[in-house]
Design a protein around this ligand. Structure first.
Ligand code: ACO
Length: 325
C-alpha cells in the first residue's frame, strides 16, 4: 500500500512586501537581502487572513484537484507554528470550514519541517490500512510573530499555505520512504519565547518583545546544510536510491544559499531543484507544499518521476520524503 498524491493546492495573501519596502523599515538594502538570501519579496497576510483561512483555501484547491469530497477524508493534519489559537487546533477549524465530518483532525509542531513530518505520519496510517484519504497542510502567518525591528530575521519570512491530498493506493506511485530526526539540544537557536506557560500573557511579554522570533541565523544556516544533506541521503538510501535518481528536488525554501549548497553537496543539477524563495521568502511548514503545488500545476512533474522533499527548522527538526509520482 502506498500514499499517492492525488491533489495539491496552495494559497498566499495578496499583499506583497518587497525588499525596497523593507529598506524603509530597517537598516538594510535590496542588494544585501538578494545576495545573502535570494529573497526579493514575500506575501503578508491582511487583518482578515488567518492560518486557518489560508489553510482552507489551499485545502479546497487540493481537494478539487483530487476530485474528493471533504466528507471522504479520514484524517487532517495541519503543520504550523502560527496557529489561530493555542487551542483548539487549527486543523479543527479547517475541518469545520470544509465540513470534513468523518475525519480526525490535529496539528503538529515541527516548524519548517512540519509538512515533511505530517506527510510521514499520514503515510504510516495509510500503510497500516487505517486511513484511506488524508489531507496534509502546512500553513503559516509568520508576519505576526516576526520582529519587524530585527533586520537579522524580519527579511526572511512570509505567509502562505500549501496542501496535499494523500490516498491509499495499491500501485507503484506514492510516498516511497520517509526520514525524520531531531536535535533538541539546539532548541534555543530558533524560537518564540511567548505565548506559552514559561511566559504567560503579561506586560513583560510586550515590553521585552517575547512574542517574536529569536534566531541565531548563522548557526541555523550551518546546521541546515548538514542536516538536509543527511536527511536526503538517508531517505533515498532507504529505497536503494542515490541523488542521481532524483528528477525533482523540492527543498524547504529558507535561503537560496542553503538550497544551492545542498544541491551542490548532493550533486543534483540546478535545473532539477525547484526554487521559488525569491517570491515568497521562508513560509516555514508551507514552503514545500506551495513549491510542490506550483511545480505540479506548471506540469513540471511527470508520471514515474522521483521527487525528493527535504526540510530543516526549529527544534531543531529535519526530515525528507521520497515520492514516485
Ligand atoms: N541588512 C544589512 N546587513 C545585515 C542585515 C540586513 N538585513 N542583517 C545582518 N546584517 C549584517 C550583520 O550585522 C553582519 O554585519 P557585521 O559583519 O558588521 O557584523 C553582516 O551583515 C553579516 O551577518 P551574518 O549574520 O553573518 O550574515 P549571513 O550571511 O549569515 O546571513 C542570514 C544572515 C540571512 C540570517 C543567514 O544566516 C540565514 O539565512 N540563516 C538561516 C536562518 C534561517 O533560515 N532561519 C529560518 C528558520 S530555519 C530554516 O528555515 C532552515
Amino acid at each position: 500500500m502506498r500514499s499517492r498524491v492525488v491533489g495539491t493546492g496552495s494559497a498566499v495573501p495578496d499583499r506583497v512586501l518587497n525588499n525596497h519596502d523593507l529598506e524603509k523599515m530597517v537598516d538594510t538594502t535590496d542588494e544585501w537581502i538578494t545576495t545573502r538570501t535570494g529573497i526579493k519579496e514575500r506575501r503578508i497576510a491582511s487583518s482578515d487572513d488567518f492560518t486557518s483561512t489560508l489553510a482552507t483555501r489551499a485545502a479546497l484547491n487540493a481537494l478539487d484537484m483530487a476530485g474528493i469530497e471533504p466528507a471522504e477524508l479520514d484524517m487532517i493534519i495541519v503543520a504550523t507554528v502560527t496557529p489561530d489559537y493555542p487551542f483548539p487546533s487549527t486543523a479543527a477549524l479547517l475541518q469545520n470550514n470544509i465540513k470534513a465530518v468523518n475525519a480526525s483532525a490535529f496539528d503538529i509542531s515541527a516548524a519548517c519541517s512540519g509538512f515533511v513530518y505530517a506527510a510521514s505520519i499520514v503515510d504510516k496510517f495509510i500503510k497500516s490500512g487505517t486511513v484511506k484519504n488524508a489531507l496534509v497542510v502546512g500553513s503559516e502567518i509568520l508576519s505576526r510573530i516576526v520582529d519587524w525591528s530585527d533586520r537579522n530575521s524580519c527579511l526572511l519570512f512570509g505567509d502562505g499555505a500549501g496542501a496535499v491530498v494523500l490516498q491509499a493506493d495499491n500501485g507503484n506511485s506514492g510516498i516511497l520512504d520517509t526520514f525524520m530526526m531531531s536535535d533538541g539540544s539546539n532548541w534555543d537557536l530558533l524560537y518564540q519565547p511567548a505565548p506559552g506557560n514559561r511566559n504567560p500573557a503579561s506586560y513583560k511579554v510586550v515590553d521585552e518583545r517575547l512574542a517574536f522570533i529569536r534566531m541565531q541565523g548563522n548557526e541555523v544556516f550551518k546546521l541546515a546544510v548538514r542536516a538536509m544533506e543527511d536527511a536526503a541521503i538517508k531517505a533515498l538510501a532507504a529505497g536503494h536510491m542515490t541523488p542521481a535518481d532524483v528528477d525533482l528536488f523540492i527543498p524547504h525554501q529558507a535561503n537560496r544559499r542553503i538550497i544551492d549548497a545542498i544541491g551542490k553537496r548532493l550533486g543534483i543539477p540546478a535545473e532539477k531543484v525547484y526554487v521559488n524563495i525569491e517570491r515568497f521568502g521562508n513560509t516555514s511548514s508551507a514552503s514545500i507544499p506551495i513549491a510542490l503545488d506550483e511545480a505540479n500545476r506548471k506540469g513540471l512533474i511527470k508520471p514515474d518521476n522521483i521527487l525528493l522533499l527535504d526540510a530543516f527548522g526549529g527544534g531543531m527538526a529535519w526530515g525528507a520524503v521520497t515520492i514516485r509520482w
